[in-house]
Design a protein around this ligand. Structure first.
Ligand SMILES: C[C@H](O)[C@H](O)[C@@H](O)C(=O)CO
Ligand SMILES: [Mn+2]
Length: 417
């Protein structure tokens, strides 16, 4: 049976429940995923005086073929993008600046240092997102940045974040779509603090200075990302969830929820509807924590499906800015992007192929038996046939055939590095 024939049969199954499959596929095409560049080079970046990865995050594995230059990273991203259906965005960190061999301190970074990225994004029809990098640097060696007791150090990082917002504004203007600029800081303490308040007061003041200058939301949207703990900040993180939730609501900023930044049984899927009652938009870093914030490649697991359901059934596709955040150096990095991003898209399609309105109605009626029965039965509906057809229509490999492309690329390109 051809992919189209399987699709037609599967479509009929969904149509019985009033689900318009063609409409769902059209909708899916419009959803951009922000693909993080840092999976391609293990969060190394291209700074001339680059430091070791720090900030309480870690990349493990030494699979060959890591990108060593901006050209290699862009070429690897291009490869991955040929295997992922849809038009997406690329998420950059400040450490991916190109400074022509010159040492440019992070507080002095300018749009011109990202010109190649912008030209490349234009050529490939991509949007760009951005992050100031407040780790892997001598001025964050003690694990503190925007909340540092030393005013000079704080000023340095404030100026870096201000410079980053200007770079993001430039991206937004050049590419005609707003850049999401996300601030994440590693600040925290290994051991039980004797004062939790003072660092938070300083972080609040630093953020106020960073956001002093208004930037048109047509070009730049600001987000703040919280965390629970990191390596070396096990007991206390200054920018906790509650800290940023309050800050974002009061200052009209977006909260960015990283799925690896909560207690192991605390689910981001359960936060989306609550937060969207009080905020027009929110942002995600979809990751996969395995026992800790390990940033494993995203799989099509229950929580990913639940996150997608919450976005789709609450009509929030334009309110939730979906980004990815994982970095696995133990497998082929192009495959990592491909697996994780395809899974994110698959989860959205899956959510569109569920009779969401009917299930909501059942809940309202207190019919929990039917609610559970249908949720479970839909798990084995022929979703794969719809996904395969979507891939074919979008001109990307169907099923696991993309692996052949990755193997070829590994043989011809990655293995020569
Ligand atoms: C590269 C980092 O993962 C990223 O900046 C941040 O989003 C994070 O999640 C730190 O744990
Ligand atoms: Mn993150």
């Amino acid at each position: 049976m051809s992919i189209k024939q399987s699709y037609e049969l599967a479509k009929k199954e969904y149509e019985k429940w009033g689900i318009n499959v063609d409409e769902a596929l059209e909708k899916l095409k419009q959803v951009p995923i922000s693909i993080h560049c840092w999976q391609g080079d293990d969060v190394s970046g291209f700074e001339v005086n680059k430091g070791e990865l720090s900030g309480g995050i870690d990349v493990t594995g030494n699979y060959p073929g890591k990108a060593r230059t901006p050209e290699e990273l862009r070429s690897d991203l291009e490869k991955a993008l040929t295997l992922i259906p849809g038009k997406h965005r690329v998420n950059l960190h400040a450490i991916y600046a190109e400074t022509n061999g010159e040492v440019v301190e992070r507080d002095k970074l300018e749009p011109k240092h990202f010109e190649n990225w912008v030209n490349w994004a234009k050529e490939n029809g991509l949007g760009l997102d951005f992050n100031p990098t407040l780790f892997s640097h001598e001025k964050s060696a003690d694990g503190l940045t925007l909340s540092h007791p030393d005013q000079e150090i704080r000023e340095f990082w404030i100026n870096h974040c201000i410079a980053s917002r200007k770079i993001a504004e430039y991206f937004g203007k050049e590419l005609g779509s707003p850049t999401l600029t996300n601030i994440w800081i590693p600040d925290g303490y290994k051991d039980v603090p004797s004062d939790r308040l003072t660092p938070r007061v300083r972080l609040k003041e630093s953020l106020d200075k960073i956001f002093e200058e208004e930037i048109d939301e047509q070009y730049n949207i600001d987000a703040v990302e919280s965390k629970l703990f990191g390596i070396g900040s096990e007991s206390y993180v200054v920018g906790s969830h509650e800290f940023y939730l309050g800050y974002a609501l009061k200052n009209n900023k977006l909260c960015l929820l990283d799925t690896g930044h909560y207690h192991p049984t605390e689910m981001v899927s359960n936060k989306i509807s609550a937060m969207l009652l009080y905020s027009d938009k929110l942002a995600l870093h979809v990751s996969r924590p395995v026992r800790w914030d390990s940033d494993h490649v995203v799989t099509l697991d229950d929580e990913l499906k639940e996150i997608a359901l919450e976005i789709v059934r609450n009509d929030a596709l334009e309110k939730v800015m979906i980004g990815l955040d994982f970095f696995d150096a133990s497998i082929n990095r192009v495959a990592a992007w491909t697996i994780g991003t395809r899974n994110m898209i698959k989860s959205l399609l899956n959510a569109m192929l569920v009779p969401n309105d009917h299930l909501k109605q059942l809940q309202e009626e207190g019919n929990f038996t039917e609610r559970l029965a249908l949720i479970e039965e839909f798990k084995t509906y022929p979703f794969g046939a719809i996904w395969d057809y979507y891939c074919e229509q979008m001109g990307v490999p169907v099923k696991e055939t993309w692996l052949e492309d990755v193997k070829k690329y590994e043989k011809e390109v990655l293995s020569n590095r």
